[in-house]
Design a protein around this ligand. Structure first.
Ligand code: NI
Length: 638
Protein backbone atom coordinates (compact mmCIF):
# COMPACT_ATOMS: atom_id res chain seq x y z
CA UNK A 1 0.00 0.00 0.00
CA UNK A 2 1.44 3.33 -1.04
CA UNK A 3 1.81 6.08 1.52
CA UNK A 4 -0.71 8.92 1.13
CA UNK A 5 0.67 12.24 -0.07
CA UNK A 6 1.86 14.81 2.41
CA UNK A 7 -0.41 17.75 3.03
CA UNK A 8 0.96 21.24 2.48
CA UNK A 9 0.59 22.33 6.10
CA UNK A 10 4.01 22.86 7.64
CA UNK A 11 3.94 21.83 11.28
CA UNK A 12 6.10 23.36 13.97
CA UNK A 13 8.74 20.79 15.05
CA UNK A 14 7.02 20.47 18.43
CA UNK A 15 3.49 20.12 17.10
CA UNK A 16 1.84 16.75 17.66
CA UNK A 17 1.15 14.60 14.62
CA UNK A 18 -1.94 15.42 12.62
CA UNK A 19 -4.40 12.65 11.77
CA UNK A 20 -2.99 12.66 8.26
CA UNK A 21 0.57 12.25 9.53
CA UNK A 22 -0.49 9.34 11.74
CA UNK A 23 -2.03 7.55 8.77
CA UNK A 24 1.04 8.22 6.60
CA UNK A 25 3.45 7.05 9.30
CA UNK A 26 1.56 3.81 9.87
CA UNK A 27 1.36 3.10 6.13
CA UNK A 28 5.13 3.51 5.80
CA UNK A 29 5.72 1.30 8.83
CA UNK A 30 3.26 -1.35 7.70
CA UNK A 31 4.98 -1.62 4.33
CA UNK A 32 8.39 -1.89 6.02
CA UNK A 33 7.23 -4.64 8.38
CA UNK A 34 5.65 -6.72 5.62
CA UNK A 35 2.11 -5.70 6.55
CA UNK A 36 1.14 -8.70 8.69
CA UNK A 37 -2.56 -8.83 9.57
CA UNK A 38 -1.60 -9.12 13.23
CA UNK A 39 0.36 -5.81 13.27
CA UNK A 40 -0.97 -3.20 15.65
CA UNK A 41 0.15 0.30 16.61
CA UNK A 42 0.20 1.10 20.30
CA UNK A 43 1.58 4.57 19.84
CA UNK A 44 2.22 6.88 16.91
CA UNK A 45 3.59 10.22 18.04
CA UNK A 46 5.72 13.05 16.75
CA UNK A 47 9.39 12.36 17.42
CA UNK A 48 10.48 15.60 19.03
CA UNK A 49 13.86 16.71 17.71
CA UNK A 50 16.67 17.26 20.21
CA UNK A 51 16.18 20.78 21.55
CA UNK A 52 19.43 22.16 20.12
CA UNK A 53 18.47 20.96 16.62
CA UNK A 54 14.78 21.80 16.62
CA UNK A 55 14.54 23.20 13.15
CA UNK A 56 17.21 21.02 11.52
CA UNK A 57 15.65 17.60 12.01
CA UNK A 58 13.19 16.10 9.51
CA UNK A 59 9.56 15.76 10.56
CA UNK A 60 9.51 12.30 12.07
CA UNK A 61 7.17 9.96 13.88
CA UNK A 62 7.93 7.34 16.48
CA UNK A 63 5.83 4.19 16.35
CA UNK A 64 5.40 1.44 18.87
CA UNK A 65 4.37 -1.64 16.89
CA UNK A 66 3.08 -4.86 18.39
CA UNK A 67 2.40 -8.16 16.65
CA UNK A 68 -0.56 -9.79 18.39
CA UNK A 69 0.31 -13.28 17.11
CA UNK A 70 4.00 -13.38 17.98
CA UNK A 71 3.88 -10.93 20.90
CA UNK A 72 6.86 -9.11 19.37
CA UNK A 73 7.44 -5.41 19.89
CA UNK A 74 9.20 -3.19 17.37
CA UNK A 75 10.07 0.50 17.71
CA UNK A 76 10.13 2.40 14.45
CA UNK A 77 11.20 5.89 13.50
CA UNK A 78 9.61 7.13 10.28
CA UNK A 79 10.90 10.16 8.40
CA UNK A 80 7.71 11.74 7.13
CA UNK A 81 9.50 14.21 4.87
CA UNK A 82 11.28 11.39 3.02
CA UNK A 83 8.46 8.84 3.50
CA UNK A 84 11.04 6.34 4.72
CA UNK A 85 11.80 4.26 7.77
CA UNK A 86 14.78 5.71 9.63
CA UNK A 87 15.17 2.86 12.09
CA UNK A 88 13.39 -0.31 13.15
CA UNK A 89 14.42 -1.73 16.51
CA UNK A 90 13.07 -5.04 17.76
CA UNK A 91 12.59 -5.00 21.54
CA UNK A 92 12.58 -8.63 22.65
CA UNK A 93 11.37 -9.37 26.14
CA UNK A 94 9.55 -6.11 26.84
CA UNK A 95 5.83 -5.73 27.50
CA UNK A 96 4.38 -2.53 26.10
CA UNK A 97 1.04 -1.40 27.54
CA UNK A 98 -1.89 -3.49 26.36
CA UNK A 99 -3.92 -2.69 23.27
CA UNK A 100 -7.57 -1.84 23.84
CA UNK A 101 -8.37 -4.94 21.79
CA UNK A 102 -6.21 -7.03 24.14
CA UNK A 103 -8.31 -5.84 27.07
CA UNK A 104 -11.45 -6.85 25.16
CA UNK A 105 -10.05 -10.25 24.21
CA UNK A 106 -8.82 -10.87 27.74
CA UNK A 107 -12.27 -10.18 29.12
CA UNK A 108 -13.92 -12.52 26.61
CA UNK A 109 -11.31 -15.20 27.33
CA UNK A 110 -11.99 -15.07 31.06
CA UNK A 111 -15.76 -15.07 30.62
CA UNK A 112 -15.53 -18.19 28.45
CA UNK A 113 -13.10 -20.00 30.77
CA UNK A 114 -14.62 -23.12 32.30
CA UNK A 115 -12.56 -23.04 35.49
CA UNK A 116 -13.35 -19.40 36.16
CA UNK A 117 -17.08 -19.93 35.61
CA UNK A 118 -16.94 -22.98 37.87
CA UNK A 119 -15.23 -20.95 40.60
CA UNK A 120 -17.92 -18.26 40.29
CA UNK A 121 -20.68 -20.90 40.42
CA UNK A 122 -19.06 -22.46 43.49
CA UNK A 123 -19.60 -19.13 45.22
CA UNK A 124 -23.32 -19.55 44.66
CA UNK A 125 -23.56 -17.23 41.66
CA UNK A 126 -26.10 -17.95 38.92
CA UNK A 127 -25.30 -17.96 35.19
CA UNK A 128 -27.00 -14.55 34.68
CA UNK A 129 -25.00 -13.11 37.62
CA UNK A 130 -21.78 -14.48 36.15
CA UNK A 131 -22.58 -13.03 32.73
CA UNK A 132 -23.42 -9.63 34.20
CA UNK A 133 -20.34 -9.50 36.47
CA UNK A 134 -17.80 -6.75 35.78
CA UNK A 135 -14.20 -7.71 35.02
CA UNK A 136 -11.46 -5.24 35.82
CA UNK A 137 -8.19 -6.15 34.13
CA UNK A 138 -5.01 -5.18 35.97
CA UNK A 139 -1.35 -5.08 35.08
CA UNK A 140 0.31 -7.56 37.39
CA UNK A 141 3.73 -6.17 38.16
CA UNK A 142 6.61 -8.62 38.45
CA UNK A 143 7.13 -10.65 41.59
CA UNK A 144 9.27 -13.27 39.86
CA UNK A 145 6.46 -15.72 39.06
CA UNK A 146 6.80 -17.41 35.66
CA UNK A 147 3.48 -15.94 34.53
CA UNK A 148 5.06 -12.51 34.99
CA UNK A 149 8.50 -13.22 33.58
CA UNK A 150 7.55 -15.48 30.64
CA UNK A 151 4.06 -14.37 29.57
CA UNK A 152 2.25 -11.20 28.55
CA UNK A 153 -0.53 -11.11 31.09
CA UNK A 154 -3.25 -9.22 32.86
CA UNK A 155 -5.10 -10.24 36.00
CA UNK A 156 -8.90 -10.12 35.95
CA UNK A 157 -10.66 -9.30 39.20
CA UNK A 158 -14.42 -9.47 39.34
CA UNK A 159 -17.37 -7.58 40.80
CA UNK A 160 -21.09 -8.22 40.83
CA UNK A 161 -23.56 -5.89 39.17
CA UNK A 162 -27.36 -5.64 39.18
CA UNK A 163 -27.40 -3.75 35.88
CA UNK A 164 -24.73 -3.15 33.21
CA UNK A 165 -24.32 0.49 34.39
CA UNK A 166 -24.13 -0.39 38.09
CA UNK A 167 -21.27 0.88 40.29
CA UNK A 168 -19.54 -2.47 40.15
CA UNK A 169 -16.81 -1.60 42.62
CA UNK A 170 -19.32 -1.87 45.45
CA UNK A 171 -19.58 -5.66 45.28
CA UNK A 172 -16.17 -7.28 44.80
CA UNK A 173 -15.99 -11.05 44.48
CA UNK A 174 -13.00 -11.19 46.80
CA UNK A 175 -10.07 -13.53 46.28
CA UNK A 176 -11.03 -14.72 42.78
CA UNK A 177 -8.47 -13.73 40.14
CA UNK A 178 -7.98 -14.98 36.60
CA UNK A 179 -4.50 -14.69 35.08
CA UNK A 180 -4.89 -14.33 31.33
CA UNK A 181 -2.23 -14.58 28.61
CA UNK A 182 -2.79 -11.85 26.01
CA UNK A 183 -0.92 -13.59 23.19
CA UNK A 184 -2.11 -17.15 23.71
CA UNK A 185 -5.59 -15.90 24.61
CA UNK A 186 -6.06 -18.38 27.42
CA UNK A 187 -6.49 -18.31 31.16
CA UNK A 188 -3.23 -19.50 32.72
CA UNK A 189 -4.56 -19.82 36.24
CA UNK A 190 -7.64 -19.16 38.33
CA UNK A 191 -6.63 -18.09 41.83
CA UNK A 192 -9.45 -18.77 44.26
CA UNK A 193 -8.94 -18.12 47.95
CA UNK A 194 -11.62 -18.26 50.63
CA UNK A 195 -12.77 -14.69 51.25
CA UNK A 196 -15.64 -12.73 52.75
CA UNK A 197 -18.73 -12.60 50.51
CA UNK A 198 -19.58 -9.58 48.40
CA UNK A 199 -21.81 -6.90 49.88
CA UNK A 200 -25.48 -7.40 48.95
CA UNK A 201 -25.88 -3.93 47.44
CA UNK A 202 -23.73 -1.12 46.12
CA UNK A 203 -24.06 2.59 46.69
CA UNK A 204 -24.28 4.36 43.34
CA UNK A 205 -23.47 7.97 42.50
CA UNK A 206 -26.46 8.88 40.35
CA UNK A 207 -29.25 11.16 41.55
CA UNK A 208 -31.39 8.17 42.56
CA UNK A 209 -28.84 7.36 45.25
CA UNK A 210 -27.55 10.83 46.09
CA UNK A 211 -30.89 12.20 47.19
CA UNK A 212 -32.83 14.99 45.54
CA UNK A 213 -30.47 17.57 43.99
CA UNK A 214 -29.98 20.68 46.12
CA UNK A 215 -32.24 23.54 45.08
CA UNK A 216 -30.54 26.50 46.74
CA UNK A 217 -27.74 27.13 44.22
CA UNK A 218 -28.14 30.41 42.30
CA UNK A 219 -26.58 30.69 38.84
CA UNK A 220 -22.87 31.51 38.70
CA UNK A 221 -21.92 32.48 35.18
CA UNK A 222 -18.45 33.39 33.97
CA UNK A 223 -18.91 36.18 31.43
CA UNK A 224 -16.12 37.60 29.29
CA UNK A 225 -18.01 39.85 26.86
CA UNK A 226 -14.86 40.67 24.90
CA UNK A 227 -13.57 37.09 24.94
CA UNK A 228 -10.61 35.66 26.81
CA UNK A 229 -7.23 37.42 27.05
CA UNK A 230 -5.23 34.63 25.46
CA UNK A 231 -4.56 33.87 21.82
CA UNK A 232 -4.22 30.38 20.44
CA UNK A 233 -2.56 30.03 17.03
CA UNK A 234 -2.42 26.34 16.22
CA UNK A 235 -0.63 24.97 19.26
CA UNK A 236 1.03 28.29 20.18
CA UNK A 237 -0.54 29.89 23.23
CA UNK A 238 0.07 33.47 24.37
CA UNK A 239 -1.43 34.97 27.50
CA UNK A 240 -0.35 38.11 29.27
CA UNK A 241 3.46 37.84 29.06
CA UNK A 242 3.53 34.05 28.92
CA UNK A 243 4.11 32.05 25.79
CA UNK A 244 4.10 28.27 25.33
CA UNK A 245 3.15 25.49 22.98
CA UNK A 246 0.56 22.93 24.01
CA UNK A 247 0.14 19.35 22.86
CA UNK A 248 -1.17 15.95 23.91
CA UNK A 249 1.14 12.94 23.86
CA UNK A 250 -0.50 9.50 23.59
CA UNK A 251 1.50 8.18 26.56
CA UNK A 252 2.24 11.21 28.74
CA UNK A 253 -0.92 13.18 28.09
CA UNK A 254 -0.74 16.98 28.37
CA UNK A 255 2.66 18.42 27.37
CA UNK A 256 3.80 22.05 27.49
CA UNK A 257 6.72 23.12 25.32
CA UNK A 258 8.92 26.19 25.22
CA UNK A 259 7.40 27.97 28.20
CA UNK A 260 8.79 31.51 28.02
CA UNK A 261 8.10 35.00 29.32
CA UNK A 262 7.96 38.25 27.35
CA UNK A 263 10.02 40.65 29.41
CA UNK A 264 10.52 44.15 28.10
CA UNK A 265 11.01 43.08 24.49
CA UNK A 266 12.92 39.88 25.30
CA UNK A 267 11.37 36.42 25.11
CA UNK A 268 13.05 34.67 28.05
CA UNK A 269 13.07 30.83 27.99
CA UNK A 270 12.05 29.09 31.22
CA UNK A 271 11.18 25.50 30.37
CA UNK A 272 11.74 23.57 27.16
CA UNK A 273 9.26 20.81 28.02
CA UNK A 274 7.04 19.93 30.96
CA UNK A 275 5.00 16.75 31.30
CA UNK A 276 3.86 14.07 33.71
CA UNK A 277 6.29 11.38 32.53
CA UNK A 278 5.24 8.47 34.73
CA UNK A 279 3.08 7.64 37.68
CA UNK A 280 2.63 4.69 39.99
CA UNK A 281 -0.05 3.86 42.52
CA UNK A 282 1.18 1.31 45.07
CA UNK A 283 -1.52 -0.32 47.20
CA UNK A 284 -0.68 -1.31 50.75
CA UNK A 285 -2.65 -4.52 51.30
CA UNK A 286 -1.11 -8.03 51.20
CA UNK A 287 -4.29 -9.88 50.12
CA UNK A 288 -4.14 -12.05 47.01
CA UNK A 289 -6.38 -9.71 45.06
CA UNK A 290 -4.47 -6.55 46.00
CA UNK A 291 -0.74 -7.01 46.61
CA UNK A 292 0.04 -6.73 42.88
CA UNK A 293 -1.78 -3.43 42.41
CA UNK A 294 0.96 -0.98 41.54
CA UNK A 295 -0.44 0.70 38.47
CA UNK A 296 2.01 2.67 36.34
CA UNK A 297 -0.86 4.55 34.76
CA UNK A 298 1.31 6.21 32.13
CA UNK A 299 3.82 3.64 30.89
CA UNK A 300 1.86 0.53 31.82
CA UNK A 301 -1.56 1.76 30.71
CA UNK A 302 -0.97 4.53 28.16
CA UNK A 303 -2.54 7.45 30.01
CA UNK A 304 -2.55 10.01 27.19
CA UNK A 305 -4.68 7.83 24.91
CA UNK A 306 -7.30 7.71 27.70
CA UNK A 307 -7.77 11.47 27.71
CA UNK A 308 -11.38 12.61 28.09
CA UNK A 309 -13.31 14.71 25.61
CA UNK A 310 -14.16 17.69 27.80
CA UNK A 311 -17.56 19.33 27.90
CA UNK A 312 -18.25 23.02 28.18
CA UNK A 313 -19.90 23.99 31.44
CA UNK A 314 -19.06 20.60 32.98
CA UNK A 315 -15.30 20.21 33.03
CA UNK A 316 -14.37 23.83 32.35
CA UNK A 317 -16.43 26.93 32.96
CA UNK A 318 -16.33 30.21 31.08
CA UNK A 319 -14.75 31.28 27.81
CA UNK A 320 -12.95 28.11 26.78
CA UNK A 321 -10.64 27.25 23.93
CA UNK A 322 -10.14 23.56 23.26
CA UNK A 323 -7.49 21.63 21.43
CA UNK A 324 -8.36 18.31 19.83
CA UNK A 325 -5.81 15.52 19.75
CA UNK A 326 -5.22 12.89 17.08
CA UNK A 327 -4.00 9.48 18.21
CA UNK A 328 -3.76 6.11 16.51
CA UNK A 329 -6.73 3.75 16.52
CA UNK A 330 -4.24 0.85 16.92
CA UNK A 331 -4.70 -0.34 13.32
CA UNK A 332 -2.85 2.57 11.79
CA UNK A 333 -5.78 4.88 11.33
CA UNK A 334 -6.28 8.04 13.37
CA UNK A 335 -8.97 8.84 15.85
CA UNK A 336 -9.58 12.28 17.27
CA UNK A 337 -10.14 13.05 20.92
CA UNK A 338 -12.30 16.15 20.64
CA UNK A 339 -11.75 18.86 23.27
CA UNK A 340 -8.79 16.98 24.73
CA UNK A 341 -7.16 20.08 26.21
CA UNK A 342 -9.00 22.94 27.86
CA UNK A 343 -7.58 26.47 27.97
CA UNK A 344 -9.25 29.20 29.97
CA UNK A 345 -8.77 32.02 32.46
CA UNK A 346 -9.82 32.16 36.09
CA UNK A 347 -10.07 34.95 38.64
CA UNK A 348 -8.12 33.82 41.71
CA UNK A 349 -8.56 36.60 44.22
CA UNK A 350 -6.05 39.33 44.86
CA UNK A 351 -2.50 39.34 43.51
CA UNK A 352 -1.29 42.13 45.75
CA UNK A 353 -2.78 44.76 48.02
CA UNK A 354 -1.76 47.41 50.46
CA UNK A 355 -3.85 49.74 52.59
CA UNK A 356 -2.05 52.90 53.55
CA UNK A 357 -2.77 56.19 55.26
CA UNK A 358 -3.53 59.34 53.33
CA UNK A 359 -4.30 62.82 54.64
CA UNK A 360 -8.02 62.24 54.08
CA UNK A 361 -8.15 58.66 55.41
CA UNK A 362 -7.06 55.15 54.48
CA UNK A 363 -6.56 54.20 50.87
CA UNK A 364 -6.07 50.81 49.33
CA UNK A 365 -4.08 49.84 46.27
CA UNK A 366 -5.17 46.42 45.02
CA UNK A 367 -4.70 44.30 41.89
CA UNK A 368 -6.67 41.18 41.12
CA UNK A 369 -4.95 37.97 40.08
CA UNK A 370 -6.01 36.11 37.05
CA UNK A 371 -4.52 32.82 35.97
CA UNK A 372 -4.29 30.91 32.74
CA UNK A 373 -5.36 27.28 33.09
CA UNK A 374 -4.23 24.59 30.65
CA UNK A 375 -5.73 21.25 31.58
CA UNK A 376 -6.72 17.75 30.55
CA UNK A 377 -8.34 14.78 32.28
CA UNK A 378 -7.59 11.10 31.74
CA UNK A 379 -9.62 8.15 32.99
CA UNK A 380 -7.70 4.98 33.75
CA UNK A 381 -10.23 2.36 34.78
CA UNK A 382 -11.52 3.30 38.23
CA UNK A 383 -9.49 6.51 38.64
CA UNK A 384 -9.73 9.88 36.94
CA UNK A 385 -6.77 12.25 36.90
CA UNK A 386 -6.93 15.93 36.05
CA UNK A 387 -3.72 17.72 35.11
CA UNK A 388 -3.85 21.49 35.57
CA UNK A 389 -1.06 23.89 34.71
CA UNK A 390 -1.62 27.38 36.12
CA UNK A 391 0.23 30.50 35.01
CA UNK A 392 0.08 33.73 37.00
CA UNK A 393 0.75 37.38 36.24
CA UNK A 394 3.60 37.58 38.78
CA UNK A 395 5.75 35.14 36.79
CA UNK A 396 4.91 32.08 38.89
CA UNK A 397 3.38 28.86 37.61
CA UNK A 398 2.06 25.72 39.18
CA UNK A 399 0.94 22.23 38.56
CA UNK A 400 -2.09 20.86 40.33
CA UNK A 401 -3.04 17.22 39.83
CA UNK A 402 -6.60 16.29 40.73
CA UNK A 403 -7.29 12.66 41.57
CA UNK A 404 -10.91 11.55 41.67
CA UNK A 405 -13.03 8.58 40.59
CA UNK A 406 -13.58 5.32 42.44
CA UNK A 407 -11.29 3.78 45.03
CA UNK A 408 -10.19 0.15 44.97
CA UNK A 409 -12.48 -1.87 47.18
CA UNK A 410 -12.47 -5.28 48.83
CA UNK A 411 -15.04 -7.43 50.56
CA UNK A 412 -14.32 -7.46 54.28
CA UNK A 413 -15.74 -9.27 57.30
CA UNK A 414 -17.58 -7.37 60.01
CA UNK A 415 -14.67 -7.94 62.41
CA UNK A 416 -11.96 -6.87 59.95
CA UNK A 417 -9.22 -5.11 61.98
CA UNK A 418 -8.88 -2.39 59.29
CA UNK A 419 -5.11 -2.18 59.33
CA UNK A 420 -4.16 -1.81 55.67
CA UNK A 421 -7.69 -0.83 54.66
CA UNK A 422 -10.64 1.07 56.02
CA UNK A 423 -14.34 0.26 56.10
CA UNK A 424 -16.18 2.58 53.72
CA UNK A 425 -19.58 0.83 53.58
CA UNK A 426 -21.16 -2.29 55.07
CA UNK A 427 -19.04 -5.36 54.16
CA UNK A 428 -16.84 -3.13 52.02
CA UNK A 429 -13.30 -1.94 52.65
CA UNK A 430 -10.99 0.26 50.62
CA UNK A 431 -7.26 -0.28 50.44
CA UNK A 432 -4.81 2.39 51.61
CA UNK A 433 -2.62 3.46 48.71
CA UNK A 434 -0.39 6.22 47.42
CA UNK A 435 -0.21 7.98 44.08
CA UNK A 436 3.19 9.13 42.86
CA UNK A 437 3.36 11.36 39.80
CA UNK A 438 6.74 12.04 38.21
CA UNK A 439 6.95 15.38 36.43
CA UNK A 440 9.72 15.73 33.89
CA UNK A 441 10.73 19.39 33.85
CA UNK A 442 13.27 20.23 31.17
CA UNK A 443 13.98 23.69 32.53
CA UNK A 444 16.14 26.20 30.70
CA UNK A 445 16.17 29.38 32.76
CA UNK A 446 17.17 32.16 30.37
CA UNK A 447 18.23 29.51 27.88
CA UNK A 448 20.52 27.65 30.31
CA UNK A 449 22.92 26.12 31.21
CA UNK A 450 21.58 25.85 34.74
CA UNK A 451 22.55 24.67 38.22
CA UNK A 452 20.18 23.33 40.86
CA UNK A 453 20.71 24.46 44.47
CA UNK A 454 19.00 22.88 47.43
CA UNK A 455 17.80 25.69 49.69
CA UNK A 456 17.38 25.09 53.43
CA UNK A 457 16.42 27.89 55.77
CA UNK A 458 18.60 27.41 58.84
CA UNK A 459 19.20 29.27 62.12
CA UNK A 460 22.66 30.74 62.61
CA UNK A 461 24.33 29.58 65.81
CA UNK A 462 24.76 32.13 68.55
CA UNK A 463 28.15 33.74 68.24
CA UNK A 464 29.87 37.03 68.72
CA UNK A 465 28.42 38.07 65.41
CA UNK A 466 24.90 36.81 66.18
CA UNK A 467 24.62 37.10 69.96
CA UNK A 468 20.81 37.39 70.12
CA UNK A 469 19.96 34.02 68.57
CA UNK A 470 17.52 35.56 66.12
CA UNK A 471 19.63 35.19 62.98
CA UNK A 472 18.82 32.78 60.20
CA UNK A 473 19.81 32.40 56.60
CA UNK A 474 19.10 30.50 53.39
CA UNK A 475 21.73 27.85 52.90
CA UNK A 476 22.23 26.99 49.21
CA UNK A 477 23.91 23.69 48.37
CA UNK A 478 24.53 22.94 44.70
CA UNK A 479 23.64 19.49 43.40
CA UNK A 480 26.98 18.88 41.74
CA UNK A 481 26.55 15.49 40.11
CA UNK A 482 24.01 12.72 39.68
CA UNK A 483 25.27 10.86 42.77
CA UNK A 484 23.91 13.83 44.77
CA UNK A 485 20.57 13.55 43.01
CA UNK A 486 17.62 12.04 44.86
CA UNK A 487 16.56 14.79 47.27
CA UNK A 488 13.79 14.74 49.84
CA UNK A 489 11.46 17.43 51.12
CA UNK A 490 11.99 18.79 54.61
CA UNK A 491 9.28 20.92 56.12
CA UNK A 492 11.39 22.14 59.08
CA UNK A 493 13.75 24.05 56.79
CA UNK A 494 11.15 24.98 54.14
CA UNK A 495 13.38 23.06 51.74
CA UNK A 496 12.98 23.90 48.09
CA UNK A 497 15.21 24.01 45.05
CA UNK A 498 16.55 26.92 43.05
CA UNK A 499 17.31 26.42 39.38
CA UNK A 500 19.69 29.23 38.40
CA UNK A 501 21.43 30.49 35.31
CA UNK A 502 24.74 31.51 36.90
CA UNK A 503 26.05 32.96 33.66
CA UNK A 504 23.30 35.58 33.46
CA UNK A 505 22.51 38.58 35.67
CA UNK A 506 19.38 40.56 36.48
CA UNK A 507 19.68 44.38 36.77
CA UNK A 508 20.61 43.93 40.45
CA UNK A 509 23.60 41.78 39.44
CA UNK A 510 22.00 38.52 40.59
CA UNK A 511 21.75 35.26 38.59
CA UNK A 512 18.16 34.70 37.43
CA UNK A 513 16.47 31.58 38.77
CA UNK A 514 13.21 29.80 39.38
CA UNK A 515 12.33 28.09 42.64
CA UNK A 516 10.75 24.65 42.64
CA UNK A 517 8.58 24.65 45.75
CA UNK A 518 6.99 21.39 46.94
CA UNK A 519 3.33 21.18 47.79
CA UNK A 520 1.97 18.66 50.26
CA UNK A 521 3.59 15.32 49.48
CA UNK A 522 4.52 12.01 51.10
CA UNK A 523 7.28 9.41 51.06
CA UNK A 524 6.79 5.94 49.62
CA UNK A 525 5.69 3.48 52.28
CA UNK A 526 6.68 0.33 50.37
CA UNK A 527 9.91 -1.10 51.73
CA UNK A 528 12.99 -0.04 49.76
CA UNK A 529 13.65 -3.70 48.90
CA UNK A 530 10.08 -4.36 47.72
CA UNK A 531 9.66 -4.98 44.02
CA UNK A 532 7.61 -1.82 43.57
CA UNK A 533 10.21 0.39 45.24
CA UNK A 534 12.78 -1.13 42.91
CA UNK A 535 10.63 -0.87 39.77
CA UNK A 536 9.42 2.66 40.59
CA UNK A 537 12.62 4.06 42.11
CA UNK A 538 11.60 7.56 41.04
CA UNK A 539 8.85 7.50 43.67
CA UNK A 540 11.27 7.01 46.57
CA UNK A 541 12.49 10.63 46.56
CA UNK A 542 10.88 13.92 45.57
CA UNK A 543 13.56 15.41 43.34
CA UNK A 544 15.98 13.85 40.91
CA UNK A 545 18.20 15.77 38.54
CA UNK A 546 19.84 14.35 35.42
CA UNK A 547 21.88 15.72 32.57
CA UNK A 548 19.71 16.21 29.48
CA UNK A 549 19.49 13.19 27.21
CA UNK A 550 16.64 13.14 24.69
CA UNK A 551 16.37 9.35 25.03
CA UNK A 552 15.80 9.51 28.79
CA UNK A 553 12.11 10.21 28.92
CA UNK A 554 10.43 7.72 31.24
CA UNK A 555 11.73 7.43 34.81
CA UNK A 556 10.53 3.83 35.34
CA UNK A 557 11.92 2.79 31.96
CA UNK A 558 10.35 2.66 28.53
CA UNK A 559 8.39 -0.50 29.37
CA UNK A 560 7.33 -0.61 33.02
CA UNK A 561 4.74 -3.39 32.52
CA UNK A 562 6.12 -6.57 34.19
CA UNK A 563 9.47 -4.77 34.29
CA UNK A 564 12.57 -5.88 36.15
CA UNK A 565 13.91 -3.77 39.05
CA UNK A 566 16.13 -0.77 38.41
CA UNK A 567 15.03 0.43 34.98
CA UNK A 568 14.95 4.10 34.10
CA UNK A 569 16.32 6.59 36.60
CA UNK A 570 18.64 4.21 38.53
CA UNK A 571 20.32 3.23 35.26
CA UNK A 572 20.73 6.85 34.15
CA UNK A 573 22.10 7.97 37.50
CA UNK A 574 24.76 5.25 37.40
CA UNK A 575 26.57 7.40 34.80
CA UNK A 576 27.04 10.02 37.54
CA UNK A 577 27.23 12.90 35.10
CA UNK A 578 28.20 16.36 36.40
CA UNK A 579 25.25 18.70 36.89
CA UNK A 580 26.64 22.20 37.45
CA UNK A 581 26.19 24.73 34.64
CA UNK A 582 24.68 22.00 32.51
CA UNK A 583 21.64 21.31 30.39
CA UNK A 584 19.50 19.72 33.12
CA UNK A 585 16.29 17.79 33.52
CA UNK A 586 14.42 17.78 36.84
CA UNK A 587 12.19 14.87 37.84
CA UNK A 588 9.85 15.99 40.56
CA UNK A 589 7.68 13.40 42.33
CA UNK A 590 4.31 14.50 43.67
CA UNK A 591 3.07 12.10 46.34
CA UNK A 592 -0.60 11.72 47.24
CA UNK A 593 -1.29 9.78 50.43
CA UNK A 594 -4.66 8.13 50.24
CA UNK A 595 -5.97 6.69 53.49
CA UNK A 596 -9.43 6.03 52.17
CA UNK A 597 -12.44 7.49 53.98
CA UNK A 598 -16.17 6.66 53.88
CA UNK A 599 -16.45 10.13 52.32
CA UNK A 600 -14.49 8.79 49.33
CA UNK A 601 -17.37 6.42 48.55
CA UNK A 602 -19.06 5.77 46.15
CA UNK A 603 -17.03 8.35 44.23
CA UNK A 604 -14.10 10.24 45.71
CA UNK A 605 -14.07 14.05 45.91
CA UNK A 606 -11.06 15.56 44.12
CA UNK A 607 -7.77 15.16 45.95
CA UNK A 608 -5.32 17.93 44.95
CA UNK A 609 -1.54 17.82 44.92
CA UNK A 610 1.17 19.68 43.09
CA UNK A 611 4.09 22.07 43.15
CA UNK A 612 4.93 25.68 42.37
CA UNK A 613 7.60 27.39 40.29
CA UNK A 614 8.32 30.91 41.40
CA UNK A 615 10.77 33.48 39.96
CA UNK A 616 13.81 34.34 42.08
CA UNK A 617 16.12 37.10 40.85
CA UNK A 618 14.43 36.54 37.49
CA UNK A 619 13.01 40.06 37.72
CA UNK A 620 14.27 43.06 39.65
CA UNK A 621 10.92 43.98 41.17
CA UNK A 622 7.37 42.69 41.53
CA UNK A 623 6.59 41.98 37.87
CA UNK A 624 2.89 42.60 38.43
CA UNK A 625 3.14 46.34 39.23
CA UNK A 626 1.81 47.09 35.77
CA UNK A 627 -1.54 45.35 36.26
CA UNK A 628 -4.49 47.70 35.80
CA UNK A 629 -6.73 48.63 38.70
CA UNK A 630 -9.70 46.23 38.68
CA UNK A 631 -12.62 47.43 36.54
CA UNK A 632 -15.20 47.01 39.24
CA UNK A 633 -13.15 48.62 41.99
CA UNK A 634 -15.28 51.48 43.35
CA UNK A 635 -12.26 53.70 43.86
CA UNK A 636 -9.41 54.19 41.42
CA UNK A 637 -6.25 55.10 43.23
CA UNK A 638 -3.63 56.99 41.34
NI1 NI B 1 -6.35 7.43 45.72
Amino acid sequence: MAAPQATAVAAHPLDPLSADEIVRASAIAREHLGAPESLRFLLIAALEPPKRALHDAPRSAELLCFDTESGRTTELIVNLDAAAVTSATPRPGVQPFALFEEYERAEATIRADHDWRAAMAARGLSEPQIDLAFLHLWPTGNFGHKWETEHRILKGIVYLRDTPDDNAYGRPVEGLIAVVDLVQNRVLEVIDEPSPPPAPTALRFDHDHGGAPRRDLKPLDIVQPDGPSFTLDGHLLNWQKWQMRVSLHPREGLVLHQIAYHDDGRLRPICHRASMAEMVVPYGDPAVGHYFKNAFDSGECGLGRMTNSLELGCDCLGEIAYLDAAITDERGGARTINNAICIHEEDVGILWKHTYAKDDGAQSAVRRSRRLVVSSIATIDNYDYGFYWYFYQDGSWEHEAKATGIVQTMAIADDDPQITRHRIAPQLGAVHHQHFLSFRLDLEIDGGPNTVYEIDTVPLPRSAEYPLGNAFTAQATPITDESESGREVQAASARHWRIANDAARNPLGQPPAYLLIPGQTVSMMANEHSTIAQRAAFARKQLWVTAYDPDQRYPAGDYPAQSEPGEGLPQWLAANRPLENTDLVLWYTVGVNHLVRPEDWPVAPVHRAGFTLKPWNFFDRNPALDLPTPNHCAHHET
